[in-house]
Write a protein that binds this ligand. Sequence first.
Ligand SMILES: Nc1ncnc2c1ncn2[C@@H]1O[C@H](COP(=O)(O)OP(=O)(O)OP(=O)(O)O)[C@@H](O)[C@H]1O
Ligand SMILES: [Mg+2]
Length: 302
Amino acid sequence: MHPGAHRDPNGCCPRAGPGRRAHRAKKRPVCFLPDVDGHIGIYGTGGSGKSVALRTLAIAAGRTSAGGPVAVYGLDFAAGSPRMLEPLPHVGSIGGGDDIERIIRLFRLLKAELEARGNRFAEATASTIAEYRALANRPNELRILLLIDGFAAFREDWEVASGRSNWYDVFRSILADGRQLGIHVTFAADLASPRMALVVENLADFLQAPADAALVELIKHVMRSNHFLVADGETASWNSSWPLFAEMKNSRRGLLLQPDTIEGDILLKTPLPRLDRAEFPPGRGMMVAGGKVLRVQLPLVE
Ligand SMILES: Nc1ncnc2c1ncn2[C@@H]1O[C@H](COP(=O)(O)OP(=O)(O)OP(=O)(O)O)[C@@H](O)[C@H]1O
Ligand SMILES: [Mg+2]
């Protein structure tokens, strides 16, 4: 279970690059200095690059000269595929969130390390692993990095459950004492972003108006986020190929009220079955999403 130490590693400063939503955040390389920082939490919304940042850190840890030899262990509660790291020489066990025995084995190992290092480091009067390596003349003492992807799920499963909470206490001890003993946690957690709903009435009113370009940008941003935007307008106006309409229609998702058969193709690039206009009283339409169509009747709010 113990991974081999990397003998001649280089560079301990993984650059946590911003994800594909870089336009939202300022690009600024950050360094994790475990003897100073102790632990690192990576927070982000869904798909913002948390798992990649964790994996990058784990890979960089094995190439470090500044931080010395490292052993990486991991727990994956987020299907973030840190297991792909297992073949690396400095990476040990990476347990899936449902692999309870493996997780317990890992915490047993970490508990033993905490206890053994507590004694050894105190004897050497070392307050970091760097000091211990020098003072005890043990340059190959491994720094330990525990990766946890999906921190909220880990906490939910292990903090209070009977038979598990004692292992969560080991995790707490690492948070409290790990920095001085060269045992560090790096975890990723979801940042909940309140979902926003935007409603644009009669989209055509904004065409070539002062807000046109800004609205086009807004639509593009919303498409890449988990927010919700709905716009309405007369069917005829949606024929427009201006970016304002093109961006909305690109979603290929909409509700066409009293449509002609051909309007599915024209407006949402989704063919509609042959429709009999007589079967479409006010409020009846075709819901189009993901290439599928469904006949719907909207309720009339009195
Ligand atoms: N620094 C980066 N530069 C470019 N692309 C990135 C970067 N980080 C992540 N990505 C890409 O963004 C996507 C999402 O990354 P990742 O899976 O790490 O996000 P996540 O925050 O863990 O998502 P989830 O919330 O679903 O767990 C992936 O396709 C990944 O390749
Ligand atoms: Mg992830």
